[in-house]
Design a protein around this ligand. Sequence first.
Ligand code: ATP
Ligand code: MG
Length: 269
Amino acid sequence: MEENVGKTIAVAGKGGVGKTLISALLVNHLVRRNNGAVLAVDADPSTNLHLALGVDIDFDELETVGGIREETLVDVQGGGNLAGMSKPDYFDMRVQQAIWEEDDFDLLAMGRPEGPGCYCAANNMLRVSLDRLSGVYRYVVIDNEAGLEHLSRRTTRDVDVLLIVSDASMRSILAAGGVSRLIDDLHTKVEEQYLIVNRVPVDESGQPDLPQLLRKAIEEQGLNLAGVIPMDPIVAEFDALGKPVGDIPADSATRQAFDKIVASIPSLN
Ligand SMILES: Nc1ncnc2c1ncn2[C@@H]1O[C@H](COP(=O)(O)OP(=O)(O)OP(=O)(O)O)[C@@H](O)[C@H]1O
Ligand SMILES: [Mg+2]
């Protein structure tokens, strides 16, 4: 019998490679499959996953973990009694309240750093809260900020599936290799990791064509290529018009490619 434990899937990679696109595609895919509750976590301080997911809320209205942490500090320093709770319990309660509920998934936003040193602390508290929440949700999908800082600070909780996203450039593939090695060096518990190469130029027949040189580099970096997503004008158009990723048609090259990638990852099925 399958164990009924939640899976945490984290999406990482260099800036602008398509992490938010892929996080949103995954959330929508899991929702469509209707295989259990889904929590989308926007761990990027610039907070934009909600737009990709079509969550109809102003940025200002969205309560963030960073904001809660700041308020908790103020409450403590102001002599507030935190409703008689310990700081972690109080924080946890506030995080629960900050979870934005859509009909078919929930969303939690990390928010901006609120002064020096605070971001790290907020991340740590988020990790503790996520550990608790992962018992509640079947899937937790984390859209990370670009770069490696949050990984090297060990602020990312243990993950079941790490999706490293790259674009079709040597620099980005090398950066993806860096993410992968860092994870190994830190002994962060990542059960499985996969590379997705996004925005791959298409050939005359419309098929994404990953240059041999990049394939070789992927191999040399020891990356586990799950698949590629083509450069797709529909994605750019949806983004430009602020339309949610979930409305990208099922027969589009992007959705087709993404569905194939998910199908190839056993623990997502
Ligand atoms: N397959 C694709 N085809 C065309 N455009 C794409 C594709 N994937 C992503 N883009 C475009 O590239 C840009 C970056 O995508 P996205 O925001 O998902 O990247 P990101 O890695 O989350 O960026 P950041 O590091 O800023 O968070 C967006 O404008 C998006 O529309
Ligand atoms: Mg992003």
